[in-house]
Design a protein around this ligand. Sequence first.
Ligand SMILES: NC(=O)C1=CN([C@@H]2O[C@H](COP(=O)(O)OP(=O)(O)OC[C@H]3O[C@@H](n4cnc5c(N)ncnc54)[C@H](O)[C@@H]3O)[C@@H](O)[C@H]2O)C=CC1
Ligand SMILES: O=C(O)CCC(=O)C(=O)O
Length: 527
Amino acid sequence: MTQPKVLISDKMDPTAAAIFRDRGIHVDEITGKTPDELKAIIGDYDGLAIRSSTKVTKEILDAAANLKVVGRAGIGVDNVDIPSATARGVVVMNTPFGNSITTAEHAIALMFALARQLPEADASTQAGKWEKNRFMGVEVTGKTLGLIGAGNIGSIVASRALGLRMKVVAYDPFLTPERAIELGIEKVELDELLRRADFITLHTPLTDQTRNILSRENLAKAKPGVRIVNCARGGLIDESALKDGLESGHIGGAALDVFETEPAKDSPLFGTPNFISTPHLGASTNEAQVNVAIQVAEQMSDYLLLGGVTNAINMPSLSAEEAPRLKPYMALAEKLGSLVGQLSHGNIAGLSIETEGAAAELNMKPITGAVLAGFMRVHSDTVNMVNAPFLAKERGLDVREVRHDREGDYHTLLRVTAETKTGPRTVAGTLFGNSAPRLVELFGIKVEADLVGDMLYVVNEDAPGFIGRLGTALGEAGINIGTFHLGRVEAGGEAVLLLSVDEPVNSDVIAKVEALPGVKLVRALKF
Ligand SMILES: NC(=O)C1=CN([C@@H]2O[C@H](COP(=O)(O)OP(=O)(O)OC[C@H]3O[C@@H](n4cnc5c(N)ncnc54)[C@H](O)[C@@H]3O)[C@@H](O)[C@H]2O)C=CC1
Ligand SMILES: O=C(O)CCC(=O)C(=O)O
């Protein structure tokens, strides 16, 4: 295996680079590049570690010929074009918990800063004004905090607010009543939250549903004097309506850590009364940055070195411990998927993937991903385990997974059945010595073959002399046979031949084999 290369393109705690080096990965830390500069160098790297400054656009991904993984040292992945990454088979990972406490603490800090006008009071005091009567604050005790989004960060904010003796109401369509009880908060609809909250804090990702959630219309519904904190994402609040609300006094204060456009160097909100801002500092503590740096470097190294997948946005998880055990199964799965794909010519409406024996105890998602990758790679060489499930869904392929508890003929078995117009067609394989993939069933006929390199698949009437004629036809074309596998249901019936050959079989040779007496089907295969 060649040494993988990782680029760290945003400022990151040095622990990340140290971990990559310790694990034998070459790492370059090159920050502050323009998109064009990044495009020029990204082709060299297998991994890209980022925070929020690097924008991983389709253009960057198109230039990233070797890229396998993007690791976000943080939570939000809105700076990564996930569909393009998925289409290119690049895994995108984040570190969902490493900076949550820190960000929740920043929201609480901003809430206090608003309640007591700390930035203005500080500026005035340091300007020698001593304006004791100008700064009259409010207590938070007994007030209602409205949480929009009660996930990881929102629930930490809730626990801190309850500790401050606030009442907490939350709007989050995915918050279950049981979880709300567990958190000690009240689940409400957005309108009720707006009507009741003295403070509002936002903790949702930016999605089509949350964009502009505090729109002009919703801000108008808020309780007069409400103080608003946003440490989640710019775009959740209509910034121009927020400015109008602050100027009219309907909104008592607003603290933004995040802006519609970042870096926010000349926001119209600057200078508005009771407005406070920080430059996207939510995650900026020593503790959080060490946490996310360690996590991202470990996760990316596990993927690049062992195939382990943790916290991926576009792929199911696969632990670094499971990965080596699954590796031979994935090779078998890919070969079986590829065999079905090569022999089907696109006439397949669905695939059923079954495991039996030892295979039935394994995490099936990666196995399914590998079957689909093998199956679809027949038509596109950019398909891999990351994008195959998405492509299969796009194509409307019905994919089923079945685990069997029963004992079969083999200690471990993987079976792939294609639903074709002419009925189900099944191939199955096992692992010899727990590591070597072998085909053991081909469309109902028992065979035993290694699917490797160039191969020839022939269906013929089982009759004396056929094998000799086939050998002569291939020999005359200068094609050497490496291995020869024969299977049949009964003597004199239909037989299948699977040959490995030392060179590719071209269409002229296929035509010659097709012309042999008793031949029903010939296909050249490649693994
Ligand atoms: N300012 C900063 O430096 C940081 C900002 N963040 C941002 O904070 C946000 C929240 O992070 P986490 O709590 O870790 O995410 P999370 O995924 O744990 O929680 C998000 C919550 O939003 C809820 N939600 C989704 N759609 C909603 C909708 N339409 N209305 C109401 N609620 C909705 C979800 O159900 C979920 O409970 C993310 O956008 C993240 O990027 C995270 C870390 C640092
Ligand atoms: O890395 C940062 O400073 C930003 C963190 C953030 O916004 C996130 O984790 O979503």
